[in-house]
Design a protein around this ligand. Sequence first.
Ligand SMILES: NC(=O)c1ccc[n+]([C@@H]2O[C@H](COP(=O)([O-])OP(=O)(O)OC[C@H]3O[C@@H](n4cnc5c(N)ncnc54)[C@H](O)[C@@H]3O)[C@@H](O)[C@H]2O)c1
Length: 430
Amino acid sequence: MERKKYAVCGVSSRAMYGYITPMMRQFSNCAELVGMLDIDPLRFEVCRERVPETKGVPCYSAAEFEKMLSETNPDALIIVCMDCHHKDYLLAGLQHDLEVISEKPMTTNTADALAVLEAEKKSRGKVICTFNYRYNPIHSKLREMVWSGKIGRVTHVDLNWYIDIRHGSSYFNRWNRMRENSGSLSIHKSSHHFDLVNWWVDGIPEYVHAFGALNHYGPDGEFNPSKRDGRHCRDCTEKRQCAYRRRWETRASAMGTYDDHIGAFVSPKKLFTTYRPDQCIFDSEINIYDTFIANVKYRNGVLLNYSANFSTPYEGYRLAINGTRGRLETLEFCGDGGRALPNLNDGGTQYIDYFPIFAGRERIHVPAVEGGHGGGDGLIQEDIFMGEDPNRKFDILAKSVDGLRAIAIGDAVFCSIQDGTVHDLTGFIE
Ligand SMILES: NC(=O)c1ccc[n+]([C@@H]2O[C@H](COP(=O)([O-])OP(=O)(O)OC[C@H]3O[C@@H](n4cnc5c(N)ncnc54)[C@H](O)[C@@H]3O)[C@@H](O)[C@H]2O)c1
């Protein structure tokens, strides 16, 4: 079998566990990693240490993008660097008529997302957006149930997302805390959630209004030991007075820093040359929100009310999808360190409750799949590297227009929090 050739732009943690390792192991008979590019040479070393099979793979700096293409001749690019640089590699890849697989968010603002769609129209290449949450079996089942007409015409979605203190604070330790890097959490994180709703209800967003605040992080955070900028967790002298760190660090493990994105204590070894993933969550440069609520109206009449909190005692979400003939509900909770969670009441596993409008409840258990993001990571990797599963009844692998719609909601949320107005997306979202 001829193997498809991939080059990776950004040797991030996500690149290593989400693409590079699977290409080198499960998919080595259909995928070949021909090149890796990053601004930081240390990332190649970290990668070779974690995935020794990458030893012979040629590495390139960002300035050597064209050189990488001419020397390695890839069929596809996988864009997994810091969000704010996705657009440059997307546009460059499309100009070379390549398939471009972009991690979410495709771009960090609506204007850039529109530019990607324009470039795609002129290219023989195409864009794939890796919305892996769609592949979580519960989320796919919800799509199937909505589409089967079980709840009639969808009228309203309630979605409340909770990101716990460990996961939530990790965004404020890292580059993600700056609007210019990540677009803000309403894009970086919530684009996953907006995409799910857009997909479940087949919705084109039209109007968005939001409120938000920075309640927990930044200098005024209630648990800030003192108002000083420039501290770093790894060598912070106030670490033992910081409630966020004390929650999960013992005095011994405090020698290192827990990185939720890497899932390990990062101690004292350096992972990046160019930035530190342990910046203080109380720094004054933080310019995004950690709490927000949004209302979205879709062209097909569906209404969404959404909230996100990034400093909750446990992680998860509550979802209800209401229709003219019934309602679907699901809850998911998880947490660190054996914390007591809200009672799921049914063996602790996630399920979907279906309430037909005039009859009794049905409970649907969906078998779990092993792997990251509720099993979604393994399933999306199969579609990316082996081609879409022909036996699936509905479209699932997201396109550039899906990336645009999710970003447009997230961008409008950020802007609406700032200017207090309803944002009208009708002129440019198809
Ligand atoms: N789909 C998911 O569930 C999921 C989960 C985690 C991360 N992600 C996405 O993956 C991407 C990486 O996230 P992460 O947290 O693993 O990042 P990370 O902090 O581990 O790595 C970011 C990488 O980008 C590199 N970089 C910065 N500027 C660059 C440039 N101009 N050119 C090339 N490389 C550059 C850095 O050197 C670093 O290697 C992000 O877009 C993020 O949104 C998606």
